[in-house]
Ligand binder design. Structure first.
Ligand SMILES: Nc1ncnc2c1ncn2[C@@H]1O[C@H](COP(=O)(O)OP(=O)(O)OP(=O)(O)O)[C@@H](O)[C@H]1O
Length: 265
């Protein structure tokens, strides 16, 4: 169980880290409908500044508003396609807002299942690259290297860290990604389903690390379909459906309502 359940209300003297104000995100899918369309046709349209005849819009986030505070671990729940990953990407600045605004204090780091790793490079090289990408110095990476590898458990069954990432199972790769990201304290750390691919033992270890990151005064977002992970880690939950915020409150209250809705289906 998470160590407190303050939920969304009662701001007191809490420090906001993320403010999402009436956020709308729209994807535009080019070439939807009639086949793929050729690159030549697309280029000619660009040159003549003509719009593509078949652009489809997907309104993935529809007017979401909330404020996240320092020290909170916020779970994002909701059925497939409800807009959870889209919202994290928008908070990380990877997707432009169609309408509304996202204000952030510090640089949010998004750790997704597809977080960039170089598959042809060894795990070892990826630890170094990942550390550099997060703004760590060579010395900091060197000092933390053994801890990162040991946290990931990659070398538990042999010397895998010196093998290319493409030889890792999806669970092993996810563990290494999480271990790299968790090596640094983040102002805002957003984790998209990273815990789902690790085994239960690794999940427990990463949940403890999330609680620690939260104690270190950052804000953690966790997208997960595993309600146990959400219950064990988060003090507050946002429930999204079809791009809209259905509920925002203390973990137990929101997860219970979500489970009741699923059972009632
Ligand atoms: N790159 C994209 N281009 C067009 N539409 C997209 C794209 N990515 C997501 N969508 C659409 O946006 C909506 C929200 O998707 P999103 O991935 O944010 O949902 P999610 O809640 O994270 O789902 P899941 O639980 O399955 O991971 C869906 O309708 C999806 O089809």
């Amino acid at each position: 169980m998470a160590d407190d359940n303050t939920g969304a209300q009662g701001t007191g003297d809490r420090i906001p880290t993320i403010i999402v104000d009436d956020l709308h995100i729209v994807y535009r899918v080019h070439g939807a409908g009639s086949g793929r369309g050729s690159a030549t046709a697309a280029l000619s349209r660009i040159v003549r500044r003509k719009a593509s005849p078949n652009i489809r819009e997907v309104h993935a986030v529809k007017g979401v508003t909330f404020t996240a505070y320092r020290g909170e671990a916020i779970g994002l729940i909701g059925s497939n396609g409800s807009g959870k990953s889209t919202m994290l990407k928008a908070i990380a600045g990877l997707l432009p807002a169609e309408r509304g605004k996202v204000y952030t204090d510090g640089q949010p780091s998004l750790l997704g299942v597809n977080a960039a790793m170089m598959n042809d490079l060894t795990g070892e090289r990826n630890v170094i690259l990942g550390g550099l990408a997060m703004g760590m110095t060579n010395e900091q990476i060197r000092a933390q290297f053994d801890d990162i590898v040991s946290f990931s458990g990659i070398n538990d069954k042999g010397d895998f860290i010196s093998l290319p990432m493409r030889t890792y199972s999806s669970g092993m790769a996810a563990r290494l990604r999480f271990s790299i990201a968790a090596a640094k304290s983040h102002d805002v750390l957003m984790i998209d389903e990273a815990l789902a691919t690790g085994d239960r033992q690794f999940q427990k270890r990463s949940e403890e690390r999330i609680r620690q990151l939260r104690r270190e005064a950052g804000t953690v977002f966790l997208v997960s379909h595993n309600n146990r992970s959400i219950r064990d880690t988060c003090n507050r939950v946002l429930w999204l459906e079809a791009g809209r915020l259905v509920m925002d409150g203390p973990t137990e209250e929101v997860v219970k309502a979500y489970e009741a809705k699923i059972r009632g289906k």
